[in-house]
Write a protein that binds this ligand. Structure first.
Ligand code: BG6
Length: 504
């Protein structure tokens, strides 16, 4: 019978991780349950983990190994992308361990060190271990201090130790630097993997292929032909049970500082010499350092909070009434900003970024909107339905690329109307895209850093955002209807530039 663990027929992710273990801190949290554990299973099911792979959970609960295993199984059954396979599961679960303890519990970390050593012997992890800090940033110093104290952060005899950290990487430039100081005291830069899960998405990586593997697009990818760019990350959900995390953070810190500025960087950067981590990061950094905020931040930014109302036929709570929320919070659930990129390619082309919860629908897209044709040899009345050409990278959920252009309406006159030409992943490929976390976890185990931002990018992004956050501080905040496209100031901000947001 075919052994899925030894038969990696995956054409897109053909590399299999070497002997290694993953230790997850924050194993009982949402991220671990919904994303990390299903991703580990899916990787195993696709034959991309080595037979020696081990997974250790670290948490405060007093769980037995059986209880831990049952929890992981429930998370996998609920969240995995690939079908449940008992043989894969049994083999994977053979490498599970659970260590119960607090983050300041020396004994528990010593037990973790023993567990990891035992895995090297019993399971064959060969001293290679990644530590995933799926915990709030204020717990980083404690966990990192313990990893250093217990010797877990040091590798010997050619083995490796890596650390994976999740955003938010600080809440402003100063705290991001402090966080990095703590990290770099314990791990060398090449052992630090900062997760921005948007970079793990197929469609985001496809942006690089679209731009740099084709001849068609790059010649018009500049201020001669592009009027402006809109990057949208809209969610239809509210903050759910995440009040503790979200209050005081808000949309700009939560997703603009990382996901949206990364999308901007990939859209606007120059072609890297090759796709190794240094070359790619250097180009992103170059373009991020050319980003300039407008002087009038009142006019060119917008923010709001979702009010109570109806969405999709259901009554929904307003942000301030969500469970655990401070009813006087001024944290934004919608944020929009205009930025410019001061270089030869993009001079005069605004980039508009917006992100929000409880908007009209869930959609993430990058829309490159082109200037109008300089001359139209048709009657004005015939082209009244012709908009601007656009190329839209549909990041999710309907993954693909759309090109919008004018076409002749069938008939005797030369009437023109906008039409679209579509590429959809679902139609072009038979396989489903892997989840971002599958790709990123595998890259951590393989030690491949290109899809992980480095500290300089994090700092540049905070440098862009900090003045906006300071400007918003203490100002009143608008509300918007659930299911709408944000507060009135968002439309006003575009109208001030003579433009409109797309309604995807
Ligand atoms: C996370 C944010 O980074 O991305 C969340 O913290 C957001 O607030 C989530 O809901 C969205 O991720 P995705 O992959 O569903 O677009």
């Amino acid at each position: 019978m075919k052994n899925p663990l030894r038969d990696p027929r995956d054409r897109r992710l053909p590399k299999i991780a070497g002997p290694s273990g993953l230790v997850i801190f924050g194993i009982t949290g949402d991220l671990a349950r919904k994303k990390l554990l299903p991703a580990v299973y899916d990787l195993a099911n696709r034959g991309l983990l080595p037979p020696s792979f081990a997974l250790t959970g670290y948490g405060r609960r007093d769980w037995s190994l059986e209880e831990f295993t049952a929890r992981v199984r429930a998370a996998v059954v609920a969240g995995a992308r690939t079908p449940f396979d008992e043989r894969t599961w049994d083999h994977l679960a053979g490498g599970f361990r659970f260590v119960s303890g607090d983050f300041d519990d020396d004994d528990a970390f010593d037990r973790l060190a023993t567990t990891v050593r035992e895995l090297d012997e019993e399971r064959g992890t060969h001293g290679n271990h990644a530590f995933y800090l799926s915990v709030p940033p204020n717990a980083f110093p404690k966990v990192l201090g313990q990893l250093a104290r217990s010797g877990l952060s040091s590798s010997a005899n050619g083995s490796w130790r890596r650390v994976v950290v999740e955003k938010p990487f600080g809440h402003d430039l100063t705290s991001a630097r402090e966080l990095d100081d703590v990290l770099s005291d314990v791990f060398p830069p090449e052992a630090v993997f900062r997760i921005d899960h948007y970079l793990g998405k197929e469609t985001v990586q496809n942006l690089l292929v679209l731009r740099f593997a084709n001849q068609l697009f790059e010649p018009v990818w500049n201020s001669h032909y592009v009027d402006h760019v809109q990057i949208t990350m809209a969610e239809d959900i509210g903050i759910g049970s995440r009040a503790g995390y979200y209050d005081g953070i808000g949309a700009a810190r939560d997703v603009i500082q990382n996901h949206l500025l990364q999308l901007l960087a990939l859209t606007a950067m120059e072609e890297p010499v090759c796709f190794d981590a240094d070359a790619l990061r250097a180009e992103k950094e170059k373009v991020l350092s050319a980003v300039r905020l407008p002087e009038d931040l009142d006019r060119h930014t917008a923010r709001g909070q979702y009010a109570a109302g109806w969405q999709g036929g259901q009554k929904v709570k307003g942000f301030l009434e969500e469970e655990g929320m401070n009813p006087a919070s001024t944290t934004e659930t919608y944020a929009a900003i205009r930025v410019d990129v001061d270089n030869r390619r993009w001079a005069g082309v605004p980039f508009y970024l917006r992100a929000g919860k409880r908007l009209g629908r869930r959609v993430t897209e990058i829309a490159v909107v082109f200037t109008r044709a300089p001359h139209l040899p048709f009657e004005t009345s015939q082209t009244s339905e012709l908009g601007q050409n656009a190329l839209v990278i549909r990041v999710q959920p309907d993954e693909g690329v759309t090109i919008r252009f004018g076409a002749k309406i069938p008939g005797t006159s030369m009437e023109v109307r906008d039409v679209t030409m579509d590429f959809g992943y679902g139609h072009a490929f038979t396989e489903n895209s892997p989840e971002a976390y599958e790709r990123l976890l595998l890259d951590v185990l393989l030690g491949e850093p290109p899809l992980f931002p480095r500290q300089r990018e994090v700092e540049l992004s905070w440098q862009i955002l900090d003045p906006v956050l300071a400007h918003w501080e203490g100002r009143p905040i608008e509300s918007y209807r659930p299911g709408s496209w944000g507060p009135p100031s968002a439309d006003a901000m575009m109208a001030a530039d003579g433009r409109e947001w797309r309604r995807p």
